[in-house]
Design a binder for this molecule. Structure first.
Ligand code: FRU
Length: 525
């Protein structure tokens, strides 16, 4: 063995050892796991469920979220915290409100106290006040207790103090939760909605200062009552963009949602600052989303006056939330949606569209107009678009003679997610029974459907795909359908299909959506 050879080998092994050590120190890519959403919010690690305390303040959108700081299953519920200036790039901050003294921090809302009505704001400046449910779990003979509580921040949400006089509302009940608070211009006071889950009721309270609350009214039971009512919401909206307004009262339902497990319904009516009056017969049930995976959606407080509400939901379902195959995080949010109320032949209905902020992430689109099915599929397969799993697909087509028509997306080796329309049943549907990994829970492989009559027989489908989610907005947002999917690894195809006849000429705009993590300003810690 020559000395030179020995020296070379020695140096090489030291080099390799150093590289190895460095390798050990190099964390795995934080946001590039196969199912990691690339333009939807997900926490860096651990469990999340409902969005909480959505508020716009001093140029920042705050997204708090039900969070377990210690693991990827539900527990130790606290408020995680993220901020964004554009509703796209989220900067995750330390936990805002941790579990303390055995009291978990359940869902709630945050308001901007402009006039220091609470007395919590310092230096004459507006402050943030969070209103949340404190949940003390049952212990032996002692049953659980849920009460409403306050915390406040004078530094743009960076640090929080819990109010020493908590709780501010206590009915000594084990189920009494999810306060949604907003400032009522009508009655010039704070209004809080809280759910009485098993009674299928929403209690409405009023307060001049966020500390002392008096009951104003109650709403429910009405609509669907198959499970517990949770996460109530109430907001005013213009009808058809005019000065005529209505109030939307939304409430989560678990179980008992339309597609099984968690789902959300809404009521359209009037609110005078005290009482919500439903415009429709109590038995009429209107669903906000027809998929399985949009729950406890919340709108932002503090948006500039006159701006349409922006809503974010938890993209999951309690049936299988603990079993979804993602790691080291579990749970993610929907893309933010701009809401509108529009008159339809059936009455006034809620419409949803992804917020315009998406345009900042769109790559230049592939535009294909007036195509036959064959032409379109040939063009799509040669568009070298196959590999992306993060895209927006907008298409419009007359139904023509087709009996069933639509898209097979995230297709790989026999598996795909189908977004289709059944012209006989007049139903929009998403079929994920053969979408890839579906066996982790028996309630996962399903087909979700929504009634959709098309007067002009022209279907417009806008689909957002982000690695493990498919959000469909049909007919300009009249139907929203949100579903998780866990496709097989490898190249993914997009294909148009029709059965029983040909549709009319198809027009498509297909844009890859850039990752929020690959740009300046992306999440950083
Ligand atoms: C809804 C919910 C809320 C509760 C929270 C607890 O998903 O059950 O009612 O506040 O989750 O994490």
């Amino acid at each position: 063995m020559s000395d030179r050879w020995f020296m070379k080998t020695f140096l090489l092994s030291i080099g390799l050892a150093l590289v190895g050590l460095a390798g050990l120190d190099t964390p795995a890519p934080t946001y590039d796991q196969p199912y990691r959403p690339q333009y939807h919010f997900s926490p860096r690690k651990n469990w999340t469920n409902d969005p909480n305390g959505l508020v716009y303040f001093a140029g920042e959108y705050h997204l708090f979220f039900q969070y377990n700081p210690f693991g990827d299953e539900w527990g130790h519920m606290s408020w995680g915290h993220s901020v964004s200036q554009d509703l796209l790039h989220w900067h995750e901050l330390p936990v805002a409100l941790p579990e303390q003294n055995g009291i978990m921090i359940f869902t709630g809302s945050t308001v901007v106290d402009q006039g220091n009505t609470s007395g919590f704001c310092s230096r004459g400046k507006p402050c943030l006040v969070a209103v949340y449910t404190g949940h003390t779990p049952a212990n032996g003979a002692r049953r659980a207790l849920q009460t409403q509580n306050l915390a406040y921040s004078n530094d743009k949400g960076r640090t929080w103090a819990k109010y020493a006089g908590n709780p501010v509302l206590n009915l000594n009940l084990p189920d009494f939760r999810d306060p949604k608070v907003f400032w009522s211009e009508q009655s010039k006071r704070w209004v809080m909605l809280v759910s009485l889950p098993d009674d299928h009721k929403v209690r409405i309270y009023g307060s001049p200062n966020l500390r002392n609350w008096e009951q104003l009214s109650e709403f429910g039971p009405a609509g669907a009552t198959g499970g517990q009512w949770e996460c109530p919401e109430l907001f005013e909206m213009q009808v058809n963009g005019t000065s005529d307004t209505r109030w939307v009262l939304k409430v989560g339902l678990n179980p008992g949602g339309l597609q099984g497990g968690s789902g959300e319904q809404y009521f359209v009516g009037r609110f005078d600052g005290r009482r919500f009056v439903n415009d429709n017969p109590p038995a009429l049930t209107l669903w906000t989303d027809y998929g399985k995976d949009c729950y406890c959606a919340l709108t932002f407080n503090g948006l500039p006056r006159g701006q349409a509400p922006i809503m974010i939901g938890w993209m999951n379902n309690w049936q299988y939330a603990a079993a979804i195959p993602t790691s080291p995080w579990r749970g993610q949010m929907t893309f933010p949606r701009r809401l509108s109320l529009r008159s339809t032949p059936d009455g006034i209905r809620l419409f949803q569209q992804p917020t315009d902020s998406l345009q900042h992430l769109r790559e230049p689109p592939v535009n294909l107009t007036d195509q036959s099915v064959d032409q379109l599929n040939r063009n799509l397969s040669s568009a070298a678009f196959g590999k992306t799993r993060t895209f927006e697909l907008r298409s419009t087509f007359p139904l023509g003679a087709a009996q069933e028509v639509g898209w097979k997306i995230l297709a790989h080796d026999g598996s795909s997610t189908i977004v289709g329309y059944d012209t006989q049943a007049r139903q929009l549907f998403v079929d994920r029974t053969h979408s890839g990994v579906v066996g982790f829970h028996r309630d996962f492989p399903v087909r979700t459907a929504a009634p959709l009559s098309l007067s002009g027989k022209l279907l417009r489908l806008d689909i957002l795909v982000d690695r493990c989610s498919v959000e469909v907005f049909a007919d300009a947002g009249r139907i929203a359908m949100t579903n998780l999917v866990f496709p097989m690894a490898g190249e993914q195809k997009i294909e148009f299909y029709s059965k029983g006849g040909q549709p009319g000429p198809i027009s498509v705009e297909l844009s890859e959506v850039r990752s929020i993590y690959s740009q300046k300003g992306a999440n950083s810690f």
